[in-house]
Structures are given as C-alpha cells and as structure tokens.
Design a protein around this ligand. Structure first.
Ligand SMILES: NC(=O)c1ccc[n+]([C@@H]2O[C@H](COP(=O)([O-])OP(=O)(O)OC[C@H]3O[C@@H](n4cnc5c(N)ncnc54)[C@H](OP(=O)(O)O)[C@@H]3O)[C@@H](O)[C@H]2O)c1
Length: 252
C-alpha cells in the first residue's frame, strides 16, 4: 500500500535494467521502499542494477527472471511477485529500439521489435492489471514514446509498436476505472540512455533522471498520461496536425 504520504513501499520493474526505470526507483523516497523487484533477463547488468540499488540502502531488492518474449511465463512470474505482498507500482519498462533499416531488409528483426514492445507488453500488462484489480490499488506505469504519436520514415517499426502499446495502455486504464488501480502512460522524447547512445541527439533531449522526476510527480498526482519533457505535448500536437508534405520535409 502507498504509505500515509502517498509514497510507494513496493515496486515491480518489468525490464529491470532500464535506465529510466532505475532512475525512477532512485527518485522515490528511499526510506519508504520495502520491496523492489527487478524483473529481467539474467545478465551481469541485472545483477549490477540490484547491487546499485542495494548500495543506496534500498531494502528488499531482488532480481527475478523475466523475458518479454516468453509470454507463456508471464502469468506465473507476475502472480509470484504479487503473492509475495501487494505491489504499489509496476513499471513496464522493457523495450527494443532495434534498427529500422535492418528491420526493412529482414522482417524477422521487425517481428522481434513488435514481439517485445507490443505482444510482450499486452501479455504482461493484462496479467498485471488482473492482479492490480484484485488487490484494489496500485498503478501500472507504461513507457510509451512520442515515436508512437506520428510515424516517421526513420523509425516507423519501433514507432508503430509504441502506438499500439499506447492505445492498449489507454484501454487498460479505462478497464481499471473504478477498481482503485490505474495506468500512467509516459511518453518520453529522446532520452540519453544506452538505448539511444549510438544516435545523434534530438531537440528537447532529456536524461533518465528528468523523466524519473516527471513519473514520480505524475504518480503522486494520479495522472493518466504525461509527456517527458512536458512541453513535448504541444510540439507533438503541432506535428500531428502538420500536412503530410510538410511533415515529410522535416528532419527525420
Ligand atoms: N531512451 C529513450 O530515448 C526512450 C524514449 C522513449 C521511450 N523509451 C522507452 O523507455 C523504456 C526504457 O528504455 P530505456 O531508455 O531505459 O533503455 P534501456 O536502459 O536500454 O532499457 C531497455 C530495457 O528493455 C529490456 N529488454 C529488452 N528486450 C527484453 C526482453 N526480451 N525481455 C525483457 N527485457 C527486455 C532491457 O533488458 P536487457 O538488459 O536484458 O537488455 C532493458 O531493461 C523502453 O520501453 C523504451 O522504448 C525510451
């Protein structure tokens, strides 16, 4: 349960090594956290993420095995996490940017991006919603992207998976209405993480810590969707309204 100050005591991260998710945990009041589950593929990075949080004196940090592509395992993993104790916040943070040109040349790469970002999220999201509904409180934070707002030549495979994920998350929030649980959709622009470290920065680039602050504030306020940074909401509204010939002339 959120404590008297509205701060979370237990968090489950799906995509436990995500730099945005880890920054979000670090942004939460540390002395309130009692249980942090980092669910991800077994790796040195996952062990390092656990050690990093433990070094900050965050208690109850554990790694659990989770692969977004193995959808048949999701129900058992999510049930086991919730059976341990109530979970206040679930962060759905896994995602694959992939490479657009590789995806066009080899559709199996496109299918992998779609499987992780969309199919995996639909599966995990529905299992999480089932348990949040049962416990009658809690929030699912979904890391969507501005890339889903309007398809661009340079990353439309990734963008289309985020558009699907975003629509799914909006519907899931509607399905949870009145249960005590809700969904927070986060639409970041370009964030400096290992996912984007090989790319030139875009306008309004942020750091994971900036996105984390926006997420923690939005959770406290019970919001259902936020852009990161906030003014991107207006930029994207403008871009969505642009006629196609003009939109296609913009740097992409
Ligand atoms: N960085 C940006 O500019 C940006 C912008 C908008 C939205 N986002 C979204 O924000 C989320 C977090 O990204 P990030 O920036 O924090 O990047 P990140 O540090 O690279 O995190 C990506 C996460 O996805 C996990 N993942 C990938 N495939 C997986 C699979 N099959 N099963 C389980 N986990 C898997 C990775 O785990 P491994 O350690 O096992 O690889 C990692 O934990 C993603 O959904 C991303 O699309 C990022």
């Amino acid at each position: 349960m959120l404590d008297a100050l509205g701060d979370p005591q237990s968090v489950l991260v799906l995509g436990g090594t995500s730099e945005i998710a880890l920054a979000t945990i670090k942004e939460m009041p540390r002395n309130r956290l009692r249980r942090v589950l980092l669910a991800g593929r077994s790796s040195e990075s996952l062990d390092l993420a656990v050690a990093q949080l433990q070094a900050l004196n965050i208690s109850g940090v554990e790694a659990i095995e989770f692969d977004a592509k193995n959808t048949e395992t999701h129900g058992g993993i999510i049930d086991a996490a919730f059976d341990g104790s109530d979970i206040d916040i679930v962060i759905l943070a896994f995602g694959l940017l992939g490479d657009q040109m590789t995806a066009e040349a080899d559709p199996t790469h496109a299918v992998e991006i779609a499987t992780v970002n969309y199919t995996g999220s639909v599966s995990a999201g529905l299992h999480v919603a089932r348990r949040l509904k049962k416990q009658g409180h809690g929030a699912l934070v979904v890391l969507s992207s501005v890339a889903g707002d309007r398809a661009r030549r340079t990353n439309f495979v990734y963008g289309s998976t985020k558009a699907g994920l975003d629509a799914f998350a909006q519907g899931l929030d509607a399905a949870l209405a009145g249960t005590g649980a809700h969904v927070l959709i986060v639409r970041p622009g370009f964030v400096r993480t290992r996912m984007t470290s090989h790319l030139p920065e875009a306008p309004m680039t942020t750091n994971p810590e900036d996105v984390a602050k926006i997420i923690v504030t939005a959770l406290k306020k019970g919001k259902s969707a936020v852009y990161a940074p906030g003014p991107l909401r207006f930029v994207m509204a403008g871009l969505k309204a642009l006629p196609k010939p003009i939109f296609r002339k913009l740097p992409n």
